[in-house]
Every structure is written in C-alpha cells, then in structure tokens.
Design a protein around this ligand. Structure first.
Ligand code: WT7
Length: 652
C-alpha cells in the first residue's frame, strides 16, 4: 500500500443538524442494529406498509450446505402499492418520475404519482390479458423510458417476477435470459435511442426469440415510431393497442415477504451469468432505508441516479428505493456526453437535482473533457454526490468534490453488489468523515469482516488487509441463484464457512474505515507482493496527462506477474516514448519500485461493458498475447476498441 497522507472530510455542522443521521445517531443506530437485529429490523420493517404484519423478523442461516435466508417471513405486502398507492393520499400530484429523453429538446416529462398509478395499473392489466399471473416470469428489455419502470411495477403489482435485461445486451444474452427463466412475455421497444443513435431492440428481440425454446409473447412499446421490420402475428403485440380500453384499476396481489420480486443476471468469475433472486419484503425495506439515509433524502428533493434499470443500481436506486420513499426520481435515457460533456450538469440545473449518483468511470470520463462543461451550469441545488461500482481513485474523488460539489457537497462512496440488494459500506452524509477512495463504514445491520485470504481467519482491529466477508444476514441480501441453490451456496458460502464472501479485497484502517481494493481476481502478485490493479490505476490517473488507465497482471518469468497498463490520455496530450518513461517513473514514485509498470500501451479506448465496467478478462488476454482466446465479447459497448488494442499489443 502506498503511504499517502489521507485527507479527511468531516460533515459540516449545518449538514449534520438537518440530516436524518448525524454522527451520534449513526453510532447509536448501528450499535442497536448489531446488538439486536430482531428488535432493530422489527422496528424499521414498519417503514413499508404491510397487508398482514409480520410476527417473525430474522430467520437466517449461513451454514454451508443449509444456507437459508428469510426476513419478515409471515408478513404480506405488495411492492407496487408501497411505491405508488400509499402515496396517493398525500402526494398524488407530486412528480414521481422526471423523464429526460436522449435528445436535449425540452420534451422532458413529469409523471405524477397519480399518473404513475394509472400507467402501472394499465400495464398490469395488459400483462394479465397476456396470461401473466403470480409467479410467472417476465423479461424486460427496454431503453430508459418510463415504461421500463411501469413494467417493473406492473409485474410487482400482479405478483409476476421480472427479469430486466440491459438494452445494451446482445440477442444471445437476451435469449439465454428468456430461456433461463422460461419467461411468458418479453417486453421490448421498437427502438432505443442513446447518444443520438438508435438500437434496434425489436430486431434484437426477433433474433433472440429464434433461440427461445418455449412459447413466449412479445410486447412492444412504441418509442421511436419509425415502424418495425418484422412482426410475428400471434406472438407480437403493441402495448398501445393492448392498453386500448383496458382500464386503469388493478388490485395489487397480496404477496408473501419471501415471494420473489425479481431475477437479475450478473456475471461471476466462472460459468454463465447467475440469476440473482431478490424477494419482496426485506428487499423493499432495505432499498428504501438505504436510499433515505445514504442520500439523506428529504421530501421535495429531486434525486437522480444515472444508472440504467438494467442493473441493480437502477432497480434499487431509480425505481424501488426512491418510489417507496415517495421521492421524485429522474430517469435519463441518454449518455453523459451527448450532445456534449455538459449534459449531466444541464439536467442537474434544469431540474434542480439535490442528490446525484453516478459511477467513477463516468466521473473520470467527464473530468477528461475539461471543467468548463461543469462550470457553465448552476449546480447550487446539489446537496449530496454519490458514487458506485468500482473503487474511486482520489483524483476523481477530488475533482468530483471540488469541481462538481464546489467543495461543500458530501460524497458518498457506496460499496455494494447485485447480490446485496442495497448499500453495504457507505458514508452517511451527515454522520461520516469521508476519505477520498474509502467506502468508510457499514450501513445499519451490516457486519463486515476482513478475513486472511488463505486461512480464513478473522482479522481484528485496524490496519488489516484481506478479503471482505459479511458475518450475518441483512434484509436486502439475495436469497438464491434462480433455480440453483447449490450454486448460490458454492459461490458465496463455501470458501469461508459461516460467512457471505464478497469476492472483494479490502483493508480496514486504524479508524475502522474500509477501503475496497477490487475483486480478488483482479489482485496481482508481483514478486510475491500482492497489489491491487486499482492502486496502479489510481497512480496513473493521478498524472496530469492520463484520463483513464486499466492495469492487469501479465505472466512474468521472474516476478510471477508483471504489470501491464493500458493508458488513455487527456485531450491535448500525445503518446510519446518520453511520456511513457515519465509514467513508469511516476508510478514507481507513487507506489514503490515493485509497482513499476512492465508495459504501457496507449489505448484510445478501453473495452467496457455497456454499464461502463472495464472487461479486464479481455485486457488480460491481450496482455498475455492470448488474444485468440478472448471468449465472449458480446457484452462490449464498443467491440472495435479491442482490435486496436490487439494490433498495438506490446507483449508479443
Ligand atoms: C462489485 C459489484 C452494486 C452496484 C453496482 C455494481 C465493485 C461496487 C464499489 C465501491 C469499490 C465497488 C465491487 C463489487 N464495487 N461498488 N463503491 N467501491 N468497489 O454492482 O455489478 O454487482 O458489482 O463492484 O468489486 O463486488 P455489481
């Protein structure tokens, strides 16, 4: 680890005074949540409306071979009525969703809770008419349009299980997910506009359906209106035609707390993507409580999470958490750089966004475009900034803090996973002293432990480094892998008995703050020294000329693994041998001699999934000169960047 002096940013007194939790409140609530989870969650479980109240709170077992997780198990509720109906009394006319389309043409829509109710009931009735009922699966393959939220909530209303597939995924990935869940209906759109280009979602769905082995219908939302090339009579239905005269009342189904709410596929280090299953009661309690506390959400705030509903972040923090809290949530169809790199800041200004939540990769990309795109907008509405998805390097954190937050907006670096349903390690903006790059402290009810990776021994105290595991269940935890409970146990509970294993490495410092170092499969071992690729990346991007860097291990005869760096430059900097040497020296200086890069390859672009995650698997193969074994590249946002990397690879 590098020995940088760590900056600390305590919450301001003013912020703390008005926050849901100041430091003392956090400490007290956290201690209570750990001392008596039944009492704590029994109380906070009441934040959602139950049809039949629960009498049992926690019933969970992490024992390998018999893992079983139940929360509030005898309670009944409906998620859609919690996200909509219960708000109609007080806030029927309040905006529930602000929809911002891809084109910056002033056609943003405000959808009130009353309107949301009608849309969702309509949609639910359409699904019923198509034969969907309790427990049936529905695949949602939509762009970021309000109908994506309506579809999710409509499923929840009638007790169907949705499986949202990111609209950037290929037909193959879609067909796997339709087959995997034997979905009765696939909901798509005629097209998905993003960054000025339109994806032919209906065309992709047609191709996916060729590989679907059971009878499934296709419901098509008209987004673009340019017509569709192919229409299968009997299988394909337009939403607007189905909705005609269907009626906008639909009684919510009474669901058990442990009935599945959704399946969401996520990739692991091995095998095909897993269908992560989240259930009804615990998930909603956890998503709504984390949304309120982590973002310090207050009535009247406009909240914006830039994720896509195709990811868990979109589920928990665009749709379920905010709507359960009666919030106003922004849904943005486009990308941060279209029509220019000021788009996000224009949206913040236009809608007076109070909480803004995005990924470090996005922050770094915008940072590289220059401050003028930020500075020309009025961002005075911002109260809290959030990040998620990967470790954030201190330079990006500082830029976010200084340039976007004007030095006075707390940053919450939220660590969590598809599997965890909601935030696990995060600052609370009125309570926690933040440090650039640290996800700081556990959320209520979360018991993180640092384990010695080989022995599994629990490392106590400060200044320890190991793998991150969680010692006990929390309400938002995934319950199983869809159709494969064995795989669930083997993936998360086998390696370290009695713990949920996160597959992340981490350190805990002397203040008890957690620092995620990245997936343990991204840890490289150089001459017996363990090093997070994120550490080297962080060093590289600390250099003025570098906008983004990805680092992988590469087989090395002497050191075991060497360090291979892919580097993208800031506008105005040109690749040169001189700059390369400068960067090698820079990293050596920043971290130490063992971190000296073996290779620096100039990369005009990095291979990313459509959610912005760098696909290191591909980078490792190219670095290892094994580009003939790249494996599945169908989830890449821009497959062409790989060709450039292969052509200019250095380890031939
Ligand atoms: C993995 C989970 C859950 C939201 C989006 C990603 C990494 C996530 C952080 C953070 C460092 C982070 C971890 C984790 N990660 N947030 N704040 N700091 N790393 O969900 O696709 O399930 O990925 O993302 O490695 O295990 P996901």
């Amino acid at each position: 680890m590098s020995e940088h002096k760590v900056e600390t940013h305590p919450p301001s007194d003013e912020f703390a005074r008005n926050a849901h939790a100041d430091h003392a409140t956090y400490e007290k609530m956290y201690a209570d949540s750990i001392a008596d989870p039944d009492a704590f969650w029994g109380e906070h479980g009441k934040r959602v409306d139950w049809i039949k109240p629960f009498s049992k709170v926690k019933n969970t077992d992490f024992t390998y071979g018999q893992v079983d997780i139940k929360w509030f198990e005898d309670g009944t509720l409906n998620v859609a009525s919690n996200c909509i109906d219960r708000h109609l009394k007080d806030r029927a006319d309040q905006t529930a969703i602000i929809w911002v389309p891809d084109e910056d043409d002033g056609s943003d829509q405000h959808i009130s809770y009353q309107q949301l109710h009608a849309h969702v009931c309509n949609f639910a009735n359409v699904l019923k008419k198509m034969g969907v009922g309790r427990g049936d699966r529905v695949v949602i393959y939509l762009p970021m349009i309000p109908q994506a939220a309506y579809a999710m909530l409509a499923c929840a209303r009638i007790g169907a299980i949705h499986s949202v597939v990111f609209a950037g995924f290929s037909p193959d990935a879609l067909s796997q997910r339709v087959n995997g869940s034997k979905a009765k209906v696939v909901i798509t759109a005629d097209g998905g506009p993003r960054g000025g280009k339109v994806t032919d979602l209906k065309g992709n769905t047609d191709r996916a359906m060729e590989k679907v082995e059971h009878d499934a219908k296709v419901l098509v939302v008209k987004r673009v209106g340019d017509g569709v090339r192919n229409w299968v009579e009997g299988r394909d239905h337009w939403l607007h035609e189905m909705e005609d005269g269907i009626g906008d009342t639909c009684e919510p189904e009474e669901m058990g707390a442990e009935d599945p709410l959704f399946i969401l596929y996520t990739s692991g280090s091995t095998g095909q993507p897993k269908g992560v299953v989240h259930t009804t009661g615990g998930y909603l309690v956890y998503a709504s409580m984390t949304h309120q506390y982590t973002f310090d959400y207050h009535d009247g705030d406009v909240y914006w999470c830039t994720a896509d509903v195709g990811w868990v972040t979109g589920h928990s923090y665009i749709v379920y958490g905010p709507l359960a809290n009666g919030a106003t949530t922004v849904m943005f169809e486009g990308v941060p750089t279209y029509p220019d790199a000021g788009r996000c800041w224009k949206i913040v200004e236009d809608h007076k966004v109070a909480q803004f939540y995005t990924a470090p990769t996005g922050i770094r990309a915008l940072m590289g475009k220059g401050n003028e795109f930020v500075e020309k907008h009025d961002l005075s509405s911002l109260k809290v900034l959030g990040t998620v998805g990967e470790p954030i390097n201190p330079e990006a954190w500082n830029w976010y803090n200084r340039i976007v937050g004007r030095g006075k907006t707390p940053i919450v670096d939220t660590w969590w996973q598809t599997e965890t349903g909601g935030h696990m390690l995060t600052p609370l903006p009125g309570a926690t002293t933040t440090k650039p790059g640290s996800a700081t402290k556990p959320f209520f009810g979360v018991k993180p432990v640092v384990l010695e990776p080989e022995s599994g021994e629990v490392l106590e105290g400060g200044d320890v480094e190991g793998v991150l595991a969680i010692a006990d269940s929390w309400p938002g935890q995934m319950r199983t892998v869809y159709g494969d409970h064995e795989r669930f146990m083997n993936t998360y509970f086998q390696q370290y008995k009695g713990f949920y294993f996160t597959e992340d490495g981490c350190t805990r410092d002397a203040d008890g703050d957690y620092w995620i170092t990245g997936r343990v499969d991204d840890v490289i071992n150089v001459s017996g020294h363990r090093m997070g690729t994120a550490e080297v990346e962080s060093a590289l991007v600390a250099h003025d000329a570098v906008s983004e860097a990805a680092v992988v291990g590469v087989p090395h005869e002497v050191k075991g693994q060497g360090i291979y760096c892919y580097v993208s430059l800031m506008a105005g900097h040109e690749p040169s041998e001189e700059l390369k040497q400068e960067l090698v020296g820079w990293v050596r200086n920043e971290i130490g001699p063992i971190a000296k890069p073996d290779f620096i390859q100039w990369a005009p672009g990095l291979p990313k999934t459509r959610s912005g995650k760098i696909m290191r698997r591909i980078l490792r193969k190219v670095a290892a000169n094994e580009h003939d074994q790249l494996g599945d590249t169908s989830t890449l946002a821009e497959p062409e960047v790989v060709d450039d990397l292969i052509e200019n690879r250095l380890n031939k």
